[in-house]
Ligand binder design. Structure first.
Ligand SMILES: Nc1ncnc2c1ncn2[C@@H]1O[C@H](COP(=O)(O)OP(=O)(O)O)[C@@H](O)[C@H]1O
Ligand SMILES: [Mg+2]
Length: 244
């Protein structure tokens, strides 16, 4: 969409500002059969404002990589730098604060709090972040995703598409630098999924954020600036997409 990052920029002259940088990131987890190497040395730079489509076979490490980018999983080795913060240097509290102030995440299964209304789901994290205008802000964000008429509904009273709109509103309400999405349309029918994607690209442009989007949908990945192909815990290939 209306984005100014061009492939020539990050392929050559005038490198734009890097907002995400992974340096030899490895992640192993213990299992009964011994350690499982999930990420095997990921090097990746993502430019400010870029959209990156992350694709790869099931089990290739996409979700794990996203958790590492969000600071929700710590790598076993290597370095993660996001929006100027080197994660290894941050303690748990600092990391949580960093996440709150800089990162928005959307999951396949929405992850809304069932006992809170749509408005509360968006407003409460803003309140925790110390914003006095949390509820007004949340209402605005919900209107932006077309849910101005559903403010007092609980997640259980909303369709899947509406729940994902609430999750999107929550993810972007704090104006994050980085928006992460893990198969956000995976639980939705095709046309609802399509609406969510349009909304997500629209929010990405409007908020001037950087978007990392995991998807199974090649056509969707191709709409991003770049397509990052993961295989067996490694970046296999990076290609230019349509937005580039
Ligand atoms: N908590 C865990 N403990 C052990 N293995 C895990 C854990 N989480 C993920 N894995 C394994 O790591 C690999 C990558 O998983 P994941 O990142 O979810 O892949 P993807 O999102 O690409 O499908 C898979 O083989 C998965 O079984
Ligand atoms: Mg996954």
């Amino acid at each position: 969409m209306q984005n100014t990052v061009r492939p020539a920029l990050y392929l050559g002259q005038n490198l734009p500002e890097t907002i995400i940088e992974l340096d030899s990131v490895k992640l192993s987890l213990p299992s009964a059969a011994g350690p499982v190497n999930i990420l095997k040395g990921i090097d990746l730079k993502i430019a400010k404002g870029e959209t990156a489509g992350l694709v790869g076979p099931s089990g290739s490490g996409k979700s794990t990589l996203l958790m590492v980018l969000a600071g929700l999983e710590r790598p076993s080795s290597g370095r993660v730098t996001c929006a100027g913060a080197e994660f290894t240097r941050l303690g748990e509290d600092e990391l949580a604060r960093f996440r709150r102030d800089h990162i928005g995440i959307v999951f396949q299964s929405f992850h809304l709090i069932p006992t809170m209304t749509a408005l509360e789901n968006v407003a409460i994290p803003l309140e925790f972040a110390g914003r006095a205008d949390a509820f007004d802000r949340a209402e605005e964000e919900l209107k932006l995703v077309g849910l101005g008429h559903r403010l007092t509904h609980y997640p259980g009273q909303l369709s899947g598409g509406e729940q994902q709109r609430v999750a999107l509103a929550r993810a972007v309400a704090g104006d994050p630098d980085i928006l992460l999405a893990d198969e956000p349309t995976g639980n939705l029918d095709q046309s609802t999924g399509h609406e969510i994607i349009e909304l997500m690209f629209d929010l990405h442009a409007r908020k001037n954020a950087t978007l990392v989007l995991i998807t199974h949908d090649e056509a969707l990945a191709a709409r991003c600036h770049r397509i990052v192909r993961l295989r067996d815990g490694l970046v296999e290939k990076i290609e230019a997409g349509a937005l580039a």
